[in-house]
Design a protein around this ligand. Structure first.
Ligand SMILES: Cc1ncc(COP(=O)(O)O)c(C=O)c1O
Length: 391
């Protein structure tokens, strides 16, 4: 069959490291191996009933059977503004400071296309969520990694960025609670970020995907809560993790009006917003009781306590797990993150994500998901124990 050659843009896209890993897992499962998958980031619980019912009712409304407004319904933008006021005491203008997006993955890729020209630099966390790289590659930009190190509580050290890099930097991606390290940001760090961004004209994109998931009574800080944040960037919030709505594909960006304008412009060309029923159900999720969110966070925290406690008893070294639903664990002596992950799968059927898949500074760690039942996590602990005893 004729094979059409791909554009240079598509050829620039990096390989999806995790797609390859999942192929390996599938191969094992097909061969009949008993496996436990702790390597992916898909929430394991269903969307709360009242949100599902809201979509069911909305699906019957003919108004939603037509094309929705290009930039989304006003009622959803107003719900987002109410949510940010209620939960973070942040004022947002629904007309100019909120954009609705089909999932934050999409928005994160679009932002690079909005603000990078070939040769421009995007500052990206290393280790970090790989979709930041995809957008930068599509835009023909360059990436400059900001190492996240244990000794710095997995926050970037801006002192490491030289003048030339800063001059060429147009975008910076941050993500707290952090995937994959489970670290949180603090006020001082965000203040430093704002100062750096102001001085160097860098647009900051704070990916707040795990915004609802903080442990030990600590509520993760929204970047927008810090004075001056709106002047230098946006925050991206997804419904995927807070409300177990990963399959629904609804997210929004809030903050600097010029960034929102660019996002809405690119989306006017790519999409015609989202099905109105999804927008109505998302507004329901944001405005109704948040008891389901409290329950969800408590569930993850309980799992974290059982699982991290168990790993530590077995002698594994786990980084402080303060938020998100991931555990960032050191690979034992004598293994790289890849060889450890490979051997866990081969010897005890345990699938974890090797840290190197998140960047060079992810080497030496593996990421393990708490998005599995307590029973599954206990089963995983037994497998870690077996692995240790058979080394
Ligand atoms: C840090 C981070 N950002 C963004 C996303 C994507 O979320 P969405 O479902 O909104 O595309 C994920 C999903 O795993 C994530 O871990």
């Amino acid at each position: 069959m004729k094979r059409f050659s791909q554009s240079n843009t598509i050829q620039r896209l990096p390989d999806q490291f995790f797609a390859e890993l999942v192929k390996k897992l599938n191969h094992y499962q097909k061969k009949g191996h008993d496996t436990v998958n702790l390597g992916q980031g898909n929430p394991d619980q269903p969307t709360p009933d009242h949100i599902v019912h809201s979509l069911q009712t909305a699906a019957e409304k003919p108004v939603y059977h037509k094309y929705p407004p290009f930039q989304g319904f006003d009622f959803l933008k107003e719900a987002v503004a109410t949510y940010y006021k209620r939960h973070y005491n942040v004022e947002l203008d629904p007309g100019s400071e909120i954009a609705i997006m089909p999932g934050s993955k999409t928005g994160l890729v679009e932002l690079s296309q909005c603000f990078l020209d070939p040769g421009d630099i995007a500052l990206v966390p290393d280790p970090g969520y790989p979709d930041y790289w995809s957008g930068v590659a599509l835009a023909g930009g360059e990436m400059n990694s900001m190492p996240l190190r244990e000794e710095n509580d997995f926050l970037p050290d801006y002192g490491e960025l030289d003048k030339e890099t800063l001059e060429k930097s147009k975008l910076m991606f941050l993500n707290y609670p952090n995937n994959p390290t489970a670290a949180l940001a603090n006020q001082q760090f965000f203040e430093e970020t704002i100062e750096l961004a102001e001085e160097n004209d860098i647009c900051v994109v704070h990916d707040f995907a795990y915004g609802a998931i903080g442990y030990d009574g600590e509520k993760p800080l929204s970047f927008m809560q810090v004075p001056g944040a709106k002047n230098v960037g946006v925050e991206i919030y997804t419904m995927s993790k807070t409300y177990n709505m990963a399959g629904w594909r609804v997210a929004f960006a809030v903050g600097n009006p010029s960034v929102i304008e660019a996002l809405e412009k690119i989306q006017d060309h790519y999409f015609c917003s989202l099905f109105g029923g999804l927008q109505e159900a998302s507004a329901t999720a944001l405005l109704d009781s948040q008891e389901c969110v409290e329950e969800l966070t408590a569930t993850y925290e309980k799992r974290r306590n059982v699982f991290v406690g168990g790993l530590e008893k077995l002698g594994y070294e786990v980084m402080p797990c303060k938020g998100s639903f991931f555990v960032w664990m050191k690979t034992p002596e004598g293994y790289s993150s890849q060889t450890f992950a490979d051997e866990l799968l081969e010897k005890v059927g345990l699938f974890v994500a090797p840290g190197v898949g998140f960047g060079t500074y992810g080497e030496g760690y593996v990421r393990i998901g708490l998005n599995n039942s307590e029973d599954t996590l206990k089963d995983a602990l037994q497998r870690f124990d077996k692995f240790k005893n058979n080394e």
